[in-house]
Design a protein around this ligand. Structure first.
Ligand code: BJW
Ligand code: ZN
Length: 260
């Protein structure tokens, strides 16, 4: 039994992890919690900023009504993120891309920590806080991490001179073209699906494990709390991603001496 975790992975998961060729990982805010990124929901609380619920400030209506306020909220969060580092869960997931023939990482996170950990071809369902997007022509522009952050607000689109907004998907907005479709295709093909650190309340992201399960995959959730997907999962690893995930490779490498 490993430190911090009072449960072993099942023999079934160990076997599947050892033999899988095609794996899909869906992550949410919880995978970044141990890096110091606040989650949106959880512990009975919902994030507030200047007294506004995050689903009010992070909404399509707010972009229409008060774009500078939306920039201020995202500037604030980029400043918090700048100093943060990937944790053991991000690093472990990144290592799976060399371990498995195919390992698709789909994230709802906008923080860029998976990429910082070395993950490639990350399918970002909800955009990225380090990019801006033109409200008119949709051109995307990187926001340099050390840039004078408020400056980006003053900048107009280099292509058409219209206003820029954060390149993130807010409530009621469509996901980036093709992102969900690609993720859904990969979910249908995978044999093993990990659902890590998401409350599974936001759709269509939360439908990916459902798609994987319906197509025959073994679905494993990693979360300290139960979610609406827990009952659908074949295995629920109750606890923190940074404690469970590195241990999965370790457990899978064991000879089964301590397992049934
Ligand atoms: C740990 C841990 C540790 C803690 N280790 N774990 C079908 C049914 C009903 C509604 C809809 C539907 N389809 C679409 C909708 C509408 C809507 C929706 O889902 N609403 C529901 C809330 C009811 N969806 C949308 O609007 C989406 N767009 C869309 O579908 O377009 C088509 C369309 C257009 C127009 C009309 C209708 C359809 C867009 C969703 C965009 C979500 N955007 C946000 C904000 C991004 C910008 C920002 O950051 O401000 O994305 S909302 C927020 O939630 C953010 C997250 O990516 C997302 C998911 O949250 P996540 O990651 O699950 O975080 P938490 O905080 O909820 O959970 C953290 C978890 O971690 C907890 O479980 C903890 O226990 C756990 N944890 N520590 C492991 N150490
Ligand atoms: Zn433009």
């Amino acid at each position: 039994m490993r430190a911090g975790v009072n449960q072993h992975i099942s023999g079934e998961l160990r076997h599947r992890f050892q033999n899988a060729k095609n794996v899909l990982v869906l992550t949410g805010a919880g995978v970044s919690a141990e890096s110091g990124v606040p989650t949106f929901r959880g512990g009975g609380h919902t994030a507030l900023w200047k007294g506004m619920r995050f689903d009010v400030i992070s909404s399509a209506q707010m972009v229409q009504r008060d774009l500078p306020a939306v920039w201020e909220w995202f500037d604030y969060r980029r400043q918090l993120l700048e100093a943060l580092k990937p944790n053991a869960a991000h690093l472990e997931i990144a290592s799976w891309q060399t371990r498995f023939q195919q390992c698709t990482l789909v994230t709802q996170n906008i923080d860029g920590l998976h990429q910082k950990a070395g993950s490639r071809d990350v399918i970002e369902l909800h955009g990225n806080i380090w990019r801006a997007r033109c409200v008119n022509c949709n051109a995307r522009w990187e926001i340099p991490s050390k840039a004078a952050l408020p400056g980006i607000r003053a900048e107009a689109c280099y292509d058409c001179a219209d206003a820029l907004r954060p390149d993130v998907v807010l409530f009621g907005e469509s996901l980036p073209p093709g992102a969900f479709e690609l993720a859904a295709e990969r979910a249908e093909e995978c044999e093993l699906c990990f659902v890590v650190g998401t409350s599974a309340l936001v759709y269509p992201a939360a439908s990916l494990p459902e798609i994987a399960k319906a197509a025959g995959a073994y679905v494993c959730e990693v979360n300290p709390e139960r979610t609406p997907l827990s009952d659908l999962c074949d295995e629920v690893l109750t606890g923190k991603a940074g404690e469970w995930l590195p241990g999965i490779s370790f457990d899978a490498a064991e000879q089964g001496r301590f397992h049934k």
